[in-house]
Design a protein around this ligand. Structure first.
Ligand code: THG
Length: 285
């Protein structure tokens, strides 16, 4: 099961046989006052900076989300996409709840992007799946439906089945569907970590699809978020995710360690290379 996304010059392959693919989450105004203000003013310099920083930190794909109060996403999402394309050659993940904004961004994108996301809701199937098909994109399926957000793993598995069925019926191949098992704050509900780990295992066994998570959601409201996120991404990799939406700058080392432990980094090449880079250039003695 391989999901391929691309820019004109780079391809990212999401699969069990590859290291975990890292989607950089930092172009997103949620919780970032300065970025939200800049976006409202139509200033994309911070977007450019975050794109560069994440590319340098080893992101494979960049998530682009400009949704915040006072921003017209239909205008701004394609502008942000253009800015990032000028800055890095990484494939992009277009993140919006507004199908019109997704379509405007798809029009300016070159290559095969990831669309973030379709949900199990009827209106989402109707609006988003035709875009995925028409533009030949891959898509993240978010496990919520018209009955709401499923907290237990049982219902998440049911919604995953529904999304895969509807996407396939719309002519999208299973390779192009990545299921997001939905991560909630463990500080608000002590069951959220376990529920998502169970959902990963079951959905992977039953549907065979690639699986992702917005892993940073787990640590909302708690101190030392990087520690919690690092522990969680390692468990997620062990449970079978093939792709993670994360702060690459902060948690890539934990993911590389987990990949190595799970046999996804032959000869520890990536792990050692990242260690060397963190040490910086050494003087010859
Ligand atoms: N699934 C999918 N897409 C998603 C999510 C998901 N997109 C958005 C989100 N969830 C993933 N992205 C983020 C981005 C930022 C944060 C969490 C998830 C975050 N930001 C800090 C805050 O809000 O406090 C701000 C950090 C800073 O100041 O640098 O935690 O689940 N498919």
């Amino acid at each position: 099961m391989e999901t391929r996304v691309s820019s004109p010059t780079r391809e990212a392959i999401i699969s069990n046989d590859q290291p975990t693919a890292l989607i950089g989450e930092r172009i997103n105004p949620a919780g970032k006052k300065k970025l939200a203000e800049a976006l409202k003013a139509g200033n994309l310099e911070m977007v450019r900076k975050e794109a560069l920083a994440q590319a340098q930190a080893g992101a494979d794909i960049l998530d682009i989300n400009v949704g915040t109060f006072g921003v017209d996403e239909v205008t701004l999402l394609p502008q942000a996409v253009k800015t990032v394309i000028e800055t890095t050659d990484l494939p992009l993940c277009l993140d919006s709840a507004d199908p019109k904004a997704l379509e405007a961004a798809l029009k300016v994108y070159k290559g095969k992007p990831l669309i973030n996301s379709v949900t199990g809701e009827e209106h989402s199937f109707t609006k988003v799946l035709p875009l995925v098909k028409e533009y030949g994109a891959a898509v993240i399926g978010l496990l919520q439906d018209d009955a709401g957000i499923p907290k237990d793993s049982e219902r998440r598995v049911a919604v995953a089945h529904k999304i895969v069925e509807r996407a396939e019926a719309a002519g999208i191949s299973r390779e192009d569907i990545i299921i997001d098992c939905l991560t909630f704050a463990v500080g608000a509900d002590p069951n959220s970590g376990l529920a998502v780990i169970e959902a990963i295992r079951r959905i992977k066994a039953e549907l065979g699809v690639n699986i992702t998570l917005g892993a940073s959601n787990l640590s909302f409201g708690l101190p030392d978020r990087d520690l919690l996120n690092s522990a969680f991404v390692a468990m997620a990799v062990a449970s079978g995710v093939t792709c993670l939406i994360v702060d690459v700058v902060k948690v890539r080392p934990a993911i590389l360690a987990a990949d190595l432990i799970m046999g996804r980094d032959k000869r520890a090449r990536r792990y050692i290379e990242a260690y060397r880079q963190r040490q910086g250039p050494k003087e010859l003695s």
